[in-house]
Write a protein that binds this ligand. Structure first.
Ligand SMILES: Nc1ncnc2c1ncn2[C@@H]1O[C@H](COP(=O)(O)OP(=O)(O)O)[C@@H](O)[C@H]1O
Ligand SMILES: [Mg+2]
Length: 608
C-alpha cells in the first residue's frame, strides 16, 4: 500500500488538471522525520527544556495521586486529622511546581514550533525561488501558495508539537504505568489487555486518515488555485460572462474538499467514542476486581482510589499518543507536498569555485549551442553559433516558436545548454556565480513586471541603494519622467496589484529605467514592443536606443524599426540559425527575413 504511486481520485479532474497530477509516493514516517527534523536544530535546547518541564509536570501529578492515597488511607480511614498536614503540604507544593512547569513547558513548546514553521517556510520559499521555469509551468501558483501555507502548518504541528507531545506522553505512560504496576501488578495486567484492541483500532483509522488527508490537501491546493486564477482573470470572466463557470469550478473543488473533510470527521467520530468505550470497559473490570480484592483484605480503599486515578491519568497520554499517530498520518500528505518542492532540483547552481566578478566588457559567444527542455521530445535549439563584440547590437528574429526566448533563457542561465557553450568575456556562463552572471546581464522580458511598491521602488528593483537622483536620471533616459510626474504622487505613487495601473508602454518604460539603472554590460530584450500598438511601439524606440547605447544588446523582436542600426541580424527558424547578415544584406537576399518583415510587421513598415 505504501509503495507505488498514488493517483488522486476526484471527479473534477478535467477541470483544473490538478487532480490528474501524480503525487509523490507517500513516504514512511521515519523518512518524514529525517527530512524535517534537522530544521529543528537551533531550537533543540528549547525542545529539550520543554520536554523536561513536561516530565516534571507528569512527576508532580504522580506524587499528587500518591499523596491522595496517603490521605484516604491514613486520615479518612483512621479519622485523625494530624496525619493530613504532611501529605497535603507535599501535594500543594508539587501542584504549584507542576502548574509552573506546565505553563513554561507549553510556552517553550509553542515557541519552538513557531520558529520551526518560520524556518521551514523560509527554506522552502528560498528553494522555490531557485527552481527553473518548467517547475512553475507544472505547478500552478495557487497550489504552491497552499503548500507554503497550510501544508507547512500541518508539518509544524507534527514535528515540533507532535514530537514533544509524543515524548511527554511516553514519559507519562512510563510514570503512571510504573505507579500502576508498583501499586498492583496483577491489576495492571488487566489494563494491558486493552492495549492491543486500541492499537488495532488506531492503525485502521490512521490508514483511512492518510488517504483522506491526501485528498483534502489536494483539494485545498486546487481551491487556492481556482481562486487565484479567478481573481487574476476576473476581467476575462466578466467580459465573456463565464462567472458561472468559474463559480462551478470552485464549487466542484469545494465539494471535493468537503467530502475529504467529512470522511475525516467520520473516522474521528467513530474513533473517539470507541476508545472511550474500551476505556470504560477497562475501568469497570478494574473496579470489579479491585472491590473483590478489598473484600478479601488484599487492597485498601485508598489503594483502589489511587489505582483508578492513575488509570485515568494513564489514558490521557495513551489518547494523545494515538491521536499523535493520526496527526502523523494526516501530515504525511502535507509532508509529501512540501517535499515535492524541496526535492525539485534547480536547473542551475554555482560551481564550487565560481567566478564572482561580474563581466566588464560584454563579449558574448554562443558556440554550437543546442538545447532541449527537460522532458521535451524535440530540441528547441540546434547548433546555434554567434558572437558579438562589446557594445554591438544583434537583432534576433524568426517565427513564433523558433527558439528566440530559449536563447534569452540560456543567456540568463535559467538553463544550461545541453550541447555547446555560451561564453561571456571568454568565460563559460557555468563558471560564473549566478549572482555575478545576473549582475552582468539584464533581461527585459516581454511582459514588464511591476512589483508591489512605489514607482521609485520599482525602478530601483535590482539596484538596492540607488539614490533618488540616479533613479530620476534613469527615468529621464527611459523617457518615463513626464508620465511619472503626472501620476498623483509622482515617484511615490504606488504601483502593482494594489496600486495605480499603467499602460503597456508605461510599464515598459519603467522596466527600461530599471534596466538602465542596473547598468550591466549586456542587455537581452525579449520582444520589448510586442503587445504595443504601432505608435506606442514607435514611441518606445528612443528609450530603447538609450538603453542599448554602449551595451552589448541581444534584441529579440518582430519589430524591425531598429534593424537598420543593428550590427548583425540573425534569423532563427525551428531552433536553427538560418540567416545571418546586416539588415540590407538579408533584405536583398530575399529569404525568410524578407518574408517575415513583409508579413509579420505591418507596424514596422508603417513607421519605416
Ligand atoms: N518550458 C518549456 N518546456 C518545453 N518546451 C518549451 C518550453 N518553452 C518553450 N518550449 C518549446 O521550445 C520551442 C521554442 O520556444 P521559444 O524559445 O519560446 O520560441 P520563441 O520565443 O521563438 O517564440 C517551442 O517549440 C516551444 O514549444
Ligand atoms: Mg518568445
Amino acid at each position: 500500500m505504501d509503495s507505488g504511486v498514488v493517483r488522486a481520485r476526484g471527479s473534477s479532474s478535467a477541470m483544473t488538471g490538478l487532480h490528474d497530477r501524480v503525487i509523490a509516493p507517500a513516504r514512511t514516517l521515519r523518512a518524514m522525520f529525517t527530512r524535517f527534523w534537522p530544521l529543528t536544530r537551533p531550537d533543540r535546547p528549547t525542545l529539550l527544556g520543554a520536554g523536561l518541564l513536561l516530565i516534571v509536570a507528569a512527576a508532580a501529578d504522580t506524587v499528587a495521586v500518591l499523596m491522595f492515597m496517603d490521605i484516604i488511607d491514613g486520615v479518612v480511614s483512621s479519622g485523625k486529622l494530624s496525619g493530613y498536614w504532611e501529605p497535603a503540604g507535599i501535594w500543594a507544593s508539587v501542584a504549584v511546581a507542576g502548574a509552573v512547569a506546565t505553563a513554561c513547558g507549553s510556552y517553550l513548546l509553542a515557541r519552538a514550533g513557531e520558529r520551526f514553521l518560520l524556518r521551514l517556510r523560509d527554506t522552502t520559499f528560498a528553494h522555490l525561488q531557485r527552481l527553473p521555469p518548467h517547475f512553475f509551468a507544472q505547478h500552478p501558483p495557487g497550489d504552491l501558495v497552499a503548500r507554503l501555507s497550510g501544508d507547512i502548518e500541518e508539518i509544524e504541528t507534527l514535528v515540533s508539537a507532535g514530537v514533544v507531545q509524543g515524548v511527554t506522553a511516553a514519559v507519562s505512560v512510563v510514570f503512571f504505568g510504573g505507579a500502576v504496576f508498583w501499586l498492583r501488578w496483577d491489576l495492571a495486567l488487566v489494563v494491558i489487555a486493552l492495549l492491543p484492541a486500541l492499537l488495532l483500532l488506531t492503525r485502521r483509522v490512521a490508514k483511512g486518515f492518510r488517504v483522506t488527508a491526501q485528498d483534502e490537501r489536494l483539494s485545498n491546493g486546487a481551491i487556492s488555485d481556482v481562486v487565484e486564477q479567478g481573481v487574476s482573470n476576473v476581467a476575462l470572466a466578466q467580459a465573456y460572462a463565464t462567472e458561472q463557470v468559474e463559480a462551478e469550478r470552485l464549487h466542484e473543488q469545494g465539494r471535493a474538499w468537503m467530502r475529504a473533510r467529512l470522511a475525516q470527521m467520520r473516522l474521528t467520530a467513530v474513533y473517539t467514542p470507541t476508545t472511550d468505550l474500551l476505556e470504560s470497559l477497562c475501568v469497570l473490570t478494574v473496579l470489579g476486581v479491585g472491590v473483590w480484592e478489598i473484600t478479601q483484605g488484599r487492597l485498601t480503599i485508598g489503594g483502589l482510589v489511587a489505582f483508578s486515578t492513575f488509570l485515568g491519568f494513564l489514558y490521557t497520554p495513551i489518547h494523545s499518543l494515538s491521536s499523535l499517530f493520526l496527526t502523523m498520518s494526516a501530515a504525511r500528505a502535507s509532508s509529501d507536498r512540501v517535499s515535492e518542492v524541496l526535492d525539485a532540483v534547480p536547473a542551475v547552481t554555482d560551481l564550487p569555485r565560481a567566478w564572482v566578478e561580474p563581466a566588464r566588457h560584454g563579449r558574448l559567444v554562443l558556440a554550437h549551442v543546442g538545447f532541449s527542455y527537460p522532458a521535451a521530445r524535440r530540441p528547441s535549439l540546434t547548433d546555434v553559433t554567434l558572437s558579438t563584440r562589446p557594445g554591438q547590437l544583434v537583432l534576433l528574429t524568426g517565427p513564433s516558436g523558433a527558439g528566440k526566448s530559449t536563447v534569452a533563457g540560456l543567456l540568463m542561465r535559467f538553463y544550461d545548454p545541453t550541447g555547446g557553450r555560451v561564453l561571456l568575456d571568454g568565460v563559460d556562463l557555468r563558471d560564473y556565480s549566478l549572482s555575478a552572471l545576473r549582475h552582468s546581464i539584464t533581461l527585459l522580458p516581454q511582459q514588464a513586471a511591476i512589483v508591489d511598491g512605489t514607482v521609485a521602488e520599482n525602478i530601483a528593483y535590482g539596484s538596492p541603494g540607488a539614490s533618488k537622483r540616479q533613479i530620476g536620471d534613469a527615468a529621464r533616459a527611459a523617457q518615463a519622467e513626464s508620465f511619472i510626474q503626472s501620476l498623483p504622487r509622482g515617484y511615490d505613487t504606488r504601483l502593482g496589484s494594489h496600486g495605480t495601473a499603467l499602460s503597456g508602454g508605461q510599464r515598459q518604460r519603467i522596466a527600461i529605467a530599471r534596466a538602465l539603472l542596473r547598468d550591466t554590460p549586456v542587455i537581452v530584450l525579449d520582444e520589448p514592443t510586442a503587445g504595443l500598438d504601432g505608435p506606442a511601439a514607435a514611441a518606445l524606440v528612443p528609450a530603447l536606443r538609450a538603453l542599448i547605447r554602449g551595451r552589448t544588446t541581444i534584441l529579440i523582436t518582430h519589430d524591425l524599426t531598429l534593424a537598420p542600426s543593428a550590427d548583425a541580424v540573425l534569423v532563427l527558424d525551428n531552433g536553427r540559425l538560418v540567416e545571418h547578415g546586416t539588415h540590407h544584406q538579408l533584405i536583398e537576399r530575399g529569404g525568410l527575413y524578407r518574408h517575415l518583415q513583409g508579413r509579420l510587421d505591418p507596424a514596422a513598415s508603417l513607421i519605416a
